[in-house]
Design a protein around this ligand. Sequence first.
Ligand code: AMP
Length: 192
Amino acid sequence: MIGIIFGPPGSGKGTQAARLEKEMRIHHLSTGDILRGEVAKGSGLGQEVGRIMAAGDLVPDDLIVDVVRARLPEAEEGAGALLDGFPRTEAQARALDAMLHDEGHKVDFVVALNVPEKLLVDRLLHRAQVEGRTDDTRDVIAERMREYHKLTEAVLDHYRKQGIKISHVEGTGSPDEVFDRVHAALSGISSR
Ligand code: AMP
């Protein structure tokens, strides 16, 4: 099973995906976490993407597609993979479709978290204090939101056009409240 957890920066994708990983034993694959790991290690890839991430821009499609291609087979083992932070452009979505198609797989579900923008910014500024993520400053947050609207939102249309069910979930409230809604949305999908 291949799922995508979708939403703007600060919508709680990572938090919900981590819980789903525990609950559904589905493997949580976060491209942001992978890239931050590479930056922390100072690897060649990390050096290439560090500045782009710090500016709030998206890293090049071919580069991130290679990262996912290298990890997807392992992530798909067992109950399947839940992608968090990927795909973020239509080109990435097409590349993912092609990767899955080669193995006879497809995207099974998309959960899209909806949160008003003002709350997203508040959450990200709060996260900056708690986690110290360098891309959670006001200017960089604004750039990440621009990239989301300009490039990432189109990914939903890509899957809608393919007839893949997109579950829209209200992402406001506590992580527990959101998780209950996500869980309810997914039970609907697995019983179809
Ligand atoms: P995230 O933790 O998902 O918010 O990702 C943090 C940053 O990593 C983003 O702002 C991008 O710079 C980079 N990144 C993560 N995933 C992708 C992706 N699928 N495409 C391009 N850039 C990405």
